[in-house]
Design a protein around this ligand. Structure first.
Ligand code: CA
Length: 365
């Protein structure tokens, strides 16, 4: 009797539970349908400074867009406009600032002319590595400053990946002393270009598509680009046999920047989706650059000779960099504040890095 009562009540209980579940699912379905009906698809027009599906940088943005669609259940569409489709490669900053586009993916150091402080957010010659840069931006106060300074242009920046350490560039002749740099014409942008200028180099700015021909024809004597993976595709090894190790871009940061008004109009969910997908893109890009560079290094033509700059060149570059930074700090209060934040992080980070990563790499050999 007791058992029967138990079975009955248990059965009733299960039935009630089942009915309840059914009912709830029906409700959810209705609400879901109602929501789906109401949910408008939000489209973000994003221009990049790269050709369509450009390896690692461009494909990184492609994956970012796919992840936004996936994580938002299809409610957030990132429509990508490769360079020169909607706006020229180096006008994406102005176009987003003026709300002609919603967002862009590019390199921060291109905007040095807007505010010299921006070059620091893109990375520093002889400075922090990608991992250290990202740590400074996220935890050491870098993001706060970057966003404050970009807000003046009605822009809201996110980290959009990083190249990892870059190579020092391709040279037609060997550099054995400071003397060998005198009058050399080299394609090298940003703060590094200013440093090289103090070392006697004529820094030249050339769009990617013109570098190879300029090097081949001798219009320039040297060029930096990125690292083995992307440099190999450019064919530089055919016209400049000496490939120097890097010093000037130890951890260049790419940006995924939004028109600030547009960003603020996005729902908190869509903001969260973009933030999460951008973090994923950053991690993936650093790892992919590492892997592809390692593979490409193996494939470099036997005609390529990997060289290190002589000590006197590196020491002179360090000295020149300090002069450039001091001069820029005098001229621009934003630069001074940004540099202080960067240096504060560097001071905090270095003792730990010395006894952890640096020490380990030395003993690992
Ligand atoms: Ca570069």
């Amino acid at each position: 009797m007791q058992r029967r009562e138990f079975i009955t009540s248990a059965t009733l209980g299960i039935t009630a539970l089942a009915l309840n579940t059914c009912h709830r699912e029906e409700e959810d379905a209705k609400t879901g349908m109602a929501n789906t009906g109401k949910k408008e698809k939000v489209t973000i027009k994003l221009a990049t400074s790269w050709p369509a599906h450009f390896p690692i940088m461009g494909t990184g943005v492609d994956k970012f867009a796919a992840r936004c669609a996936e994580l938002s259940d299809g409610t957030l569409e990132i429509k990508i406009y490769p360079k020169n489709i909607l706006v020229p490669a180096l006008q994406v900053f102005d176009a987003a600032s003026a709300a002609q586009i919603d967002a862009f993916h590019s390199g921060v150091y291109y905007w040095k002319g807007k505010n010299s402080a921006f070059s620091i957010f893109g990375g520093m010659p002889l400075g922090l590595t990608s991992e250290e840069m990202i740590t400074w931006l996220k935890f050491g106060g870098g993001y706060t400053l970057w966003r404050e300074l970009y807000a003046k242009f009605n822009l809201y920046p996110l980290i959009g990946g990083s190249t990892g350490p870059q190579m020092g560039g391709w040279f037609k002749k060997q550099i054995n002393s400071l003397n060998d740099l005198q009058g050399l014409k080299m394609r090298i942008p940003g703060l590094a270009g200013e440093v090289m200028q103090r070392l006697g180099v004529n820094p030249v700015l050339l769009p990617a598509g013109d570098i190879y021909t300029a090097l081949e024809r001798g219009t320039i004597d040297a060029t930096e680009w990125v690292g083995p993976a992307l440099d190999e595709m450019m064919g530089f090894s055919k016209v400049a046999p000496y490939y120097y190790t890097g010093w000037h871009e130890p951890g260049s940061i790419l940006e995924l920047t939004f028109n600030k008004t547009r960003w603020e109009k996005l729902s908190p969910q869509h903001q969260a989706v973009i933030t999460a997908a951008s973090e994923e893109m950053t991690g993936d890009m650093v790892q992919e650059f590492r892997y592809e560079n390692a593979k490409a290094l193996q494939k470099l033509s036997s005609a390529t000779e990997i060289k290190k700059f002589p000590n006197e060149v590196i020491e002179a570059a360090k000295k020149a960099l300090q002069e450039v930074l001091a001069q820029e700090s005098e001229k621009n209060e934003d630069f001074k504040r940004t540099l202080k934040s960067y240096n504060d992080f560097d001071k905090l980070n270095k003792p730990w890095d010395d006894i952890s990563t640096k020490n380990f790499l030395e003993i690992r050999g």
